[in-house]
Design a binder for this molecule. Structure first.
Ligand code: GTP
Length: 598
């Protein structure tokens, strides 16, 4: 294709506003996918995405559009996730585009992630095309939303596309706007190759598949390429585009989005954000690349079967190619053996990583309770970064402990301001300010400990505002807090993987709550198991798991054989997810017990 006929754009939105459905309609309208192959949310091709109904990964496809001006255009569409934990995927997608389609739900209006995502696009100087979606809903208020986009975001929405992705309304209007408003890419075709790696995935047969946006030059099979950051060189075996199935091409040119394979087996050589150049005629400077993401939460990941440690390492390395925000380093736990301390952008991210490791790499894992990074200021003047609560130094050695704070922006209808403030206060929040966006909506801003916000804050926020409030947050430095480490002892032995950090004010109550919870979660064995919670040498709570009396299945021996089989099966599966610690079997649930507060 000629550069003037190429259009590169992302679709961004708050979660559930209809991006993936809109992408479906665009693929249909442009006959990219044959009718018989069409299915809902076709770009959400991971099972996990389809089951949960959310987009986790960015997804780039090429499609051709016969426009009203009589020309045929080559579109590269990148669908992106809406959830805050995956905003790194959004920022990487935007760097590959000239335009962004901003989808706003006509009934919900602008929400926290609408703002966060559109600001990313504005920062990247992209042309923004607002689409007001779901106009078919009885509760839709498109004119109000149009005004909101102008007042709150500050962009012109007079031409906003009025759409229903569900009913297929407004799609052609949008496609025409993409042709007429999104600038065609430029970039010197004769210059040395510069291609930005915005994603990658490991394929057992082809090696690493690089998703790239070419900014200058061209690339074709047989070319010798160099990854500028790592210096590694390879010979290109294939170039192509996804549509949405991979289609080979003779070459890719500046302005295009596509993939490159080069039998790259050395995973460490590839990094998202790196620049691909031509080894024989290299570019002088790499492209700017991406800002590194700092993980917000850390948790230990351990194979239930200790022999699977190497498998877990390989799986993490391969997954990281496709999930640039994932971080990991080896760690050992007395209780759990060899595993990895992993860094995540949030709880959903952590959940998704565990599920992908188990499904895509066939592993059974135990995850420990997530924790933030604390700074322990020691008596000797040094600072220790503590990502794992069990590594918190002895009380005697610590002068003060600091914890990360965030600036949280909560967008809520007027009526729920009281409920939101009450919740923030309860989570140790400090009120900053309140901004009225219009007559009925408010931005409530608080500074709060990250540890209070990552776990169940979002669920609590949703339930106390009937689902209307939305949340965005950014790190806001470290502050001193009165924190203590609580250890859990089973059968008199400290279980390092169950230690957690709490504000002193809540320490005793949480110690008691958790002891009781563990009592209910850990299965009875043929001896008594005392459970204790302790701060240093001081025991703050204790309970006991009684010894069991009889086989659980004994009672239903005469009952339905199907049911008995199912129960046994369930017990077996539950057991796989257990870790023997000393003489006690601890199920996965126990490690998460510390999270369920209140
Ligand atoms: P994430 O990928 O998870 O961020 O969500 P999304 O923005 O891609 O939303 P998705 O396309 O999955 O749509 C969310 C829900 O809204 C689905 O149940 C869709 O069927 C529904 N939906 C999407 N577009 C429309 C529309 O135009 N009208 C109506 N009534 N429902 C729609």
């Amino acid at each position: 294709a000629h550069q003037r006929d190429i259009r590169n754009f992302s679709i961004v939105a708050h979660i559930d506003h209809g991006k993936s459905t809109l992408a479906d309609r665009i693929l249909e309208m442009t006959d990219t996918v044959a009718k018989r192959d069409m299915q809902d949310q076709i770009l959400d091709n991971m099972d996990l995405e389809r089951e949960r109904g959310i987009t986790i990964k960015l997804n780039a496809v090429e499609l051709t559009y016969d426009a009203k001006d009589g020309r045929t255009y080559e579109f590269h569409l990148i669908d992106t996730p809406g959830h805050v934990d995956f905003s790194y995927e959004v920022s990487r997608s935007l760097a590959a585009c000239e335009g962004a389609v901003l989808v706003v739900d006509a009934a919900q209006g602008v929400e926290a992630q609408t703002l966060a995502n559109v600001y990313l696009a504005i920062d990247d100087n992209l042309e923004i095309l607002p689409v007001i979606n779901k106009i078919d809903l009885p509760s839709a208020e498109p004119e109000k939303v149009r005004k909101e986009i102008e007042d709150v975001i500050g962009i012109d929405a007079s031409d906003a596309v009025m759409a229903s992705a569900k009913k297929g309304i407004g799609i052609e209007d949008l496609l025409e706007q993409i042709v007429n408003k999104v600038p065609a890419p430029d970039g010197d075709l004769e210059a040395p190759l510069r291609a930005l790696i915005f994603d990658s995935i490991y394929d057992d047969y082809r090696g690493v598949v690089l998703s790239v946006r070419l900014f200058e030059g061209t690339v074709k099979p047989g070319d010798k390429i160099r990854l500028m950051n790592s210096g590694a060189e390879y010979e290109v075996t294939e170039v192509g585009v996804n549509s949405p199935k991979p289609i080979k091409r003779d070459q890719l040119i500046a302005g295009e989005v596509g993939y490159i394979t080069a039998s790259i087996k050395d995973i460490e050589d590839t990094r998202v954000g790196d620049t691909v150049t031509n080894a024989a005629n290299p570019a002088e400077k790499a492209l700017p690349g991406y800002r590194e993401m700092a993980p917000m939460v850390y948790a230990g990941l351990y194979p239930t079967d200790n022999a699977k440690y190497q498998d877990l390492r390989e799986a993490l390395e391969k997954l990281k190619l496709n999930d640039a925000a994932l971080e990991f380093e080896p760690e050992t736990s007395q209780a759990l053996g060899f595993g990895f301390r992993c860094g995540f952008l949030g709880m959903l991210h952590m959940d998704v990583v565990q599920e992908r490791l188990e499904r895509e790499f066939n592993l059974d894992l135990i995850t420990t309770a997530p924790s933030v990074t604390y700074h322990a200021n020691l008596a000797d003047g040094t600072v220790k970064e503590v990502e794992n609560p069990s590594e918190m130094p002895d009380v005697a050695a610590i002068k003060t402990i600091e914890e990360p704070y965030v600036k949280a922006t909560i967008m809520t209808p007027n009526d729920y301001v009281g409920a939101v403030m009450e919740l923030c206060q309860r989570k140790r929040g400090q009120f900053v300010t309140m901004e009225y966006l219009d007559d009925y909506r408010v931005n409530v801003i608080y500074k709060m400990p990250l540890s209070e916000i990552i776990f169940d804050f979002f669920d609590k926020l949703k339930s106390s505002t009937k689902g209307y409030a939305s949340l965005d947050y950014e790190l806001d430095g470290y502050r001193e807090s009165d924190l203590v480490k609580i250890d859990i002892l089973l059968n008199g032995d400290k279980v390092d993987a169950l230690s957690f950090i709490s504000h002193r004010q809540f320490a005793e109550k949480r110690g008691r709550d958790i002891a009781v919870k563990l009592k209910n979660i850990i299965p009875r064995q043929n001896f008594e198991i005392p459970i204790q919670a302790a701060i240093g040498a001081k025991i703050i709570a204790r309970t006991t798991i009684k010894a069991y009396r009889k086989d659980v299945t004994a009672r239903i021996h005469t009952g339905d054989p199907d049911r008995r089989a199912k129960l046994l099966e369930k017990q077996k599966r539950g057991k796989e997810r257990m870790k023997s610690v000393g003489t006690v079997d601890i199920p996965q649930e126990a490690f998460m017990a510390v999270l369920q507060t209140d």
